[in-house]
Ligand binder design. Structure first.
Ligand code: G3P
Ligand code: MG
Length: 373
């Protein structure tokens, strides 16, 4: 199909092949939105690509609600057609972790009730507990959140089991901890995660010497099945509506690491961090992009390879580093385009060098369409 110039600034003499051999992956915060406000040109850029049938996906370290809910919000805010096949957010890969579906997991961060619903109703986890549920059942577990109890009580759920160290058989035990989104109550979340990681095999209310701190009592239980800790988003900073970057989930992660180090006198903290810039996240995203491209054109033959993907981002450490380091199993080349509308501060040396630095998302699409010829 011909690329019809939608916007005079996009007028180009480009006449692309039937199925474009290039596509886009767009970061969201600092590229398309600042908090919930669309950035100038975001609608036009996406609309142009849709009119020109150039495939794109949205790839964000954000999260905190279901993919369907977030995509509906984005489609409305950006006034473009989107579907969940075009969308990857921080905790999307958690949905594949079926080994925890019948276990008891602690879900931390974001609005507790929203994240609990995502884990249960959208990802299939059957026993999901949040720090909000725990502090409503045991307010003394973190006394400093008593001032928030009335709010937590509006959605807290009863615990599947009580805290009962005297009889572990019917005591609350966690098999894994998932940080779904940016923690709101860092104190409550950190103290509950600490309790679970210092416990004997995940039994809340117990203590173990497993973590190398012999001063901690060892109840002598099995110590091999300590609960695993998963973070969904490594971002130390992100671009919200404030004019300077704000601390993200990576800020909480670093704060907790300091706490862990102090409490266990340097014991190693085992954790897994998902999200950009990591290879598995980009592989997952390319899989979604290829599936979307196939759906867009009904078929994609061997002579319609996806040769190049343009990653458009505002954060050198997640968007740019991830695209630069990504090794595509399909042989596509990823180029990184850094914008001045988010975390990256114009005029400074980015911590990871992009293919190109441009002003905003419209300029990014213009540059890429020319580069792709
Ligand atoms: O919590 C959201 C923040 O980490 C950044 O999201 O869209 O810029 O990857 P995004
Ligand atoms: Mg961003």
């Amino acid at each position: 199909p011909r690329i019809r110039p939608l916007h005079r600034s996009f007028q180009t003499s480009v006449t692309p092949p039937k199925i474009p051999d290039f596509a886009f992956a767009f970061d969201i915060d600092g590229v398309l939105l600042r908090s919930s406000t669309p950035l100038p040109g975001a609608h036009e850029a996406l609309k142009y690509l849709q009119e020109s049938r150039i495939p794109f996906i949205l790839l964000t370290n954000g999260g905190g609600k279901s993919e369907t809910e977030r995509v509906a919000e984005l489609a409305e805010k950006l006034d473009v057609d989107l579907d969940v096949g075009m969308f990857v957010q921080s905790h999307t890969p958690f949905a594949d972790m079926k080994e925890y579906h019948d276990k008891t997991v602690l879900v931390v961060g974001g609005d507790y009730d929203k994240c609990q619903r995502v884990a249960k109703e959208h990802y299939g986890f059957q026993n999901v507990v949040t720090p909000g549920d725990i502090v409503c059942a045991y307010p003394d577990i973190w006394p400093f959140s008593k001032i928030f109890l009335d709010y937590y009580k509006t959605f807290a759920k009863p615990l599947p089991k009580p805290i009962n160290p005297a009889s572990l058989a019917d005591s609350l035990k966690f098999d894994a901890i998932f940080v779904y989104s940016d923690p709101r109550d860092w104190g409550l979340d950190a103290s509950i995660i600490l309790d679970v990681l210092l416990s004997e095999s995940g039994y809340l209310g117990t203590l173990s010497s497993k973590n190398g701190d012999a001063s901690l009592p060892n109840r002598g239980y099995q110590q091999d099945n300590q609960p695993k800790l998963y973070y969904s988003n490594p971002d130390l900073w992100w671009a919200a509506s404030y004019h300077l970057p704000r601390l993200g989930q990576g800020g909480f992660r670093e704060a907790f690491a300091g706490l862990w180090n102090a409490v266990t006198k340097g014991a190693e903290l085992e954790k897994t961090v998902f999200g950009k810039p990591y290879q598995p996240t980009y592989e997952f995203a390319e899989g979604r992009l290829r599936a979307h491209r196939k759906k867009l054109f009904g078929h994609v033959g061997l002579n319609d390879p996806l040769k190049r993907v343009y990653m458009v981002g505002d954060n050198p450490e997640s968007d740019i580093r991830g695209a630069n380091d990504y090794k595509s199993p399909h042989g596509s080349e990823w180029k990184s385009i850094l914008l001045k509308t988010g975390v990256y501060q114009s005029g400074t040396e980015p911590s990871c060098k992009p293919t190109v630095i441009v002003d905003n998302v419209e300029a990014a699409v213009r540059w890429a369409v020319k580069d792709a010829q």
